[in-house]
Ligand binder design. Structure first.
Ligand code: ZN
Length: 164
């Protein structure tokens, strides 16, 4: 199974780069979540810390109340900022969903920034490029044993350096 996979990927740089591209798209989609949510998470933490440190009379006027609901990278589910309609899995496919929806919310038709597909596509393309370079270095000279070892090492089957 691992040998088949290694042989398949070592034989086809296009298949390998394509697979890395798809993984890169998914990573880019997650980066979009981080780009959007991390500043909000940090700001909420700072407000909470300020509320703890400042005397209760002083901070109420200047620091807005921290909303009680949980907000992290995974909670709550992604929603349209305009109408709060939840974004379904089908509407969350990197690049494709944005193109199919023509950059608009499926519910209220509010514009969705092109930044989302751009970040996804850039992450996918850069990943594919790095993957292609790695493929060239690893399989540039045909060596099935090296290919097998690389995939096996990536899967944690054998220790990396120094093992045959
Ligand atoms: Zn909407």
């Amino acid at each position: 199974m691992l040998n088949d996979l290694a042989a398949l990927y070592s034989a086809s740089p296009v298949l390998f780069a394509g697979s890395v591209f798809v993984i890169g798209l998914v990573v880019g989609s997650f980066l979009n979540v981080v780009i959007y949510r991390l500043p909000i998470i940090l700001e909420r933490e700072w407000h909470a810390q300020a509320a703890e440190l400042l005397p209760s009379d002083d901070h109420t006027a200047t620091v807005p109340a921290v909303p009680p609901e949980r907000f992290s990278l995974s909670v709550p589910r992604s929603a349209c900022p305009a109408c709060k309609a939840p974004i379904t899995a089908l509407q969350n496919i990197p690049v494709i969903s944005w193109l199919v929806l023509r950059g608009r919310c499926a519910s209220c038709k509010a514009k969705i920034s092109a930044r989302y597909p751009v970040v996804e596509l850039a992450t996918g393309l850069l990943s594919a490029w790095v993957g292609g370079q790695a493929h060239l270095q690893a399989y540039g000279s045909e060596s099935p044993s090296f290919a097998t070892r690389t995939i096996a090492t990536m899967n944690g089957m054998v220790p990396g350096e120094g093992s045959a």
